[in-house]
Design a protein around this ligand. Structure first.
Ligand code: HEM
Length: 245
């Protein structure tokens, strides 16, 4: 009988795991609501009230997503070792690490990591960047479209007709607004909508690649990396490449 001994390593602390699953659930919910927003006509949703309600729902889930992301960004500076940005973002020595990783795979003896493997580090960095783009553009559109915080009050103050009450403005209702400024705002908000949509499409593609890569790595190299996102612990056969002496 072959005797393979596994060793347990603490990879992901509790805040990382909580972030991951809140992020996962909020992204799926945001995609679900966004799809209804995009296909509302086909779904027979035509009233302006329903259109606003859908955007409100998307934005409220969006706040959970943004707060969770902000917390993760902070945790990347103060959290445990493998939560740190220094261990995630490609920096000094990254290319060398990628080469060693690729060589270990072609030699049939893939390196194992407690944190992310080199391609995983790149994927997480791109995902984080996209999440930031999506958050910022989403918050801008939340302000311009339905006057929601944090930018909504600046928007209403800008588009209110001179001497009018900015607090009484209602989304998608021109009453009390300055037509010229509303037109100007439309031009400004358009690129943010594009950034938001295309970043969301790119994110969806990367999420699919990420899931396929994680499942493949778990099957090919072991390490129980999927279970580790629930338990925090990886079970590795080899000495991890990112274990410091
Ligand atoms: C991963 C997270 C997110 C995904 C995948 C996503 C996806 C999308 C998509 C595909 C649309 C286009 C819908 C349409 O054209 O009708 C959209 C619109 C919108 N999203 Fe998000 N979104 C996310 C996060 C957020 C966040 C965090 C906020 C703000 C708190 C937000 C606010 C908005 C707003 C206001 C719109 C309407 C803009 C428009 O009509 O073009 N989204 N979102």
């Amino acid at each position: 009988m072959v005797n393979i001994s596994f060793k347990e390593y603490k990879a992901w602390d509790a805040p990382i795991r909580i972030f991951h699953w809140i992020n996962f659930i909020s992204v799926i919910s945001l995609i679900f609501v966004a799809l209804i927003m995009m296909y509302k006509k086909e779904l027979g949703i035509s009233s302006i009230e329903a259109k606003i309600a859908l955007k409100e729902l998307h934005v409220i889930i969006g706040y959970i997503f943004v707060i969770n992301l902000l917390w993760r960004i902070i945790w990347g500076f103060i959290g445990s070792k493998y939560a740190q940005w220094a261990y995630i973002f490609p920096g000094k020595g990254y290319i060398k690490e990628v080469r060693s990783y690729i060589k270990s795979i072609s030699d049939g003896n893939p390196r194992q990591y407690i944190g992310h493997n080199p391609p995983g580090r790149l994927a997480i960095s791109i995902i984080m960047l996209l999440l930031i783009f999506i958050s910022f553009s989403g918050l801008i559109r939340a302000g311009t479209d339905i006057y929601y915080p944090p930018f909504g009050s600046y928007i209403t103050q800008y588009i209110a007709s001179p001497g009018g009450d900015s607090q009484s403005l209602v989304p998608y209702n021109p009453k009390g607004t300055d037509a010229e400024k509303v037109n100007h705002l439309k031009k400004i908000k358009k690129p943010f909508g594009k950034i938001h949509k295309y970043s969301a499409y790119t994110l969806m593609l990367i999420i699919i690649i990420h899931i396929i890569a994680v499942v493949r790595t778990d099957i090919r190299e072991g390490g129980s990396i999927i279970t580790a996102m629930f338990t925090g612990t990886k079970l590795l056969k080899k000495k991890p490449a990112d274990l410091e002496p």
